[in-house]
Design a protein around this ligand. Structure first.
Ligand SMILES: Nc1nc2c(ncn2[C@@H]2O[C@H](COP(=O)(O)OP(=O)(O)OP(=O)(O)O)[C@@H](O)[C@H]2O)c(=O)[nH]1
Ligand SMILES: [Mg+2]
Length: 278
């Protein structure tokens, strides 16, 4: 049952005492918007006393849209940009890179891929397969090699061939957080030294089905290297990504399936509508 239905059901019971407002807060927490947002909405509902589920939905949408922002990622065609894609295991980093590569290639960018996930067995082959299918160049080394060296080579290669966008895959080894952080900081340092800050973006991939865990994931990556924008994957699932209202990092794209064109530019209004009414 979506938020809207749950709220409508609540109104159908009639009584608007304190427990009614507490129930609203509970329903919102179940929707992953977090205790703080739920309480803020609860307080405003107590004050405004909406008479119908729809009136309450409007209040919720208004408040939640203040908690989220969108980021437009339009790389400068005249210069080289590097987008490093971050995230824990299995969230959809590599798939999102392939989708983004396809998206930007269609927009006439010259995209190359950098296989800096040298840690997971099969990661380089997986990215190579995408490169082959999409007809893109890929810079890679042997499994286990230095991910920093891969991005270094990719930048050199892109500069010499005149490419304007590097999409860089990374490992998501959360079980060994210290190694992950050190590795990302090294990649970060290398890119920072060679690419103008406005052309360098760190994009965090979050899986919509992760729920509240997305918040601590965002925290880890933000503390390690800083996150510029979020891609929300698996939005084609039942999950509506409520946790994004608690993270405070702008969202750029939404993944809606496993195919290359299953990616959409983040539309805040649509997202909030899906969250509250879906
Ligand atoms: N339904 C759906 N599945 C997705 C989406 N994005 C990725 N997936 C699937 O999620 C699984 C993991 O995707 P990967 O791209 O390999 O994830 P990753 O973050 O690179 O994983 P590691 O390299 O192991 O850290 C694959 O089966 C993808 O097809 C999406 O938007 N919707
Ligand atoms: Mg991967």
């Amino acid at each position: 049952m979506g938020l809207r239905e749950k709220l409508a059901k609540l109104f159908s019971f009639g009584k608007k005492d304190e427990s009614f407002y507490e129930d609203i807060e509970d329903i919102l927490i179940e929707g992953d918007v977090g205790g703080k947002n739920a309480m803020e909405i609860g307080d405003i509902a107590r004050e405004k006393k909406p008479r119908t589920g729809d009136e309450l939905s409007e209040i919720i949408k208004e408040i939640l849209s203040e908690k989220i922002s969108s980021a437009e990622l339009l790389p400068n065609k005249e210069e080289l940009s590097v987008y490093v894609v971050l995230g824990v295991n299995g969230v959809g980093k590599t798939t999102s890179i392939a989708k983004l590569a396809n998206y930007y290639t269609k927009k006439k960018y010259n995209v190359i891929l950098a296989a800096s996930d040298t840690f997971r067995a099969g990661a380089i082959d997986q990215l190579s397969l995408h490169a082959e299918r999409l007809g893109l160049r890929i810079v890679k080394q042997k499994p286990g090699s230095d991910p920093g060296a891969v991005i270094y080579d990719a930048i050199t290669s892109a500069e010499s061939k005149g490419d304007n966008l590097i999409l860089c895959d990374t490992a998501g080894r959360m079980h060994n957080r210290e190694d992950l952080v050190r590795e990302l900081q090294k990649i970060d340092k290398i890119v920072k030294n060679r690419i103008k800050s406005e052309n360098y973006k760190k994009i965090l991939v979050l899986d919509a089905t992760t729920g509240q865990n997305a918040i601590s994931q965002a925290d880890v990556f933000n503390k390690a290297v800083g996150v510029d924008a979020i891609v929300l994957t698996k939005y084609d699932s039942e999950s509506k990504g409520g946790a994004l209202t608690q993270i405070g990092i702008p969202v750029c794209f939404v993944g809606t399936g496993e195919k290359y064109d299953n990616i959409e530019v983040f539309d805040k209004e649509k997202f909030i509508k899906g969250l509250v009414e879906g």
